[in-house]
Design a protein around this ligand. Structure first.
Ligand SMILES: [Zn+2]
Length: 68
């Protein structure tokens, strides 16, 4: 598991008030799950990849929530 994400430098120039369309960090489809990492930072996953990674993410103390 990466601790440094190559895409981690993405800036969000638009205020969070805007409707964001987040994409799965693995496959690029619309994200259904936002993962908040215990060390800070967020990941976004589609339903498929959320299931694939959920066990591992929960083990490290990440919080998963729906984007809906
Ligand atoms: Zn995906």
């Amino acid at each position: 598991m990466n601790t440094t994400t190559p895409a981690g430098n993405r800036e969000h120039p638009v205020p969070l008030l805007h409707t964001r369309v987040e994409r799965c960090d693995r496959c690029g489809v619309s994200a259904l799950v936002v993962v908040t990492l215990p060390a800070g930072g967020e990941l976004h996953f589609c339903g498929h990849h959320a299931r694939v990674h959920a066990t591992r993410l929960l083990e490290i103390g990440a919080a998963l929530r729906s984007t809906l």
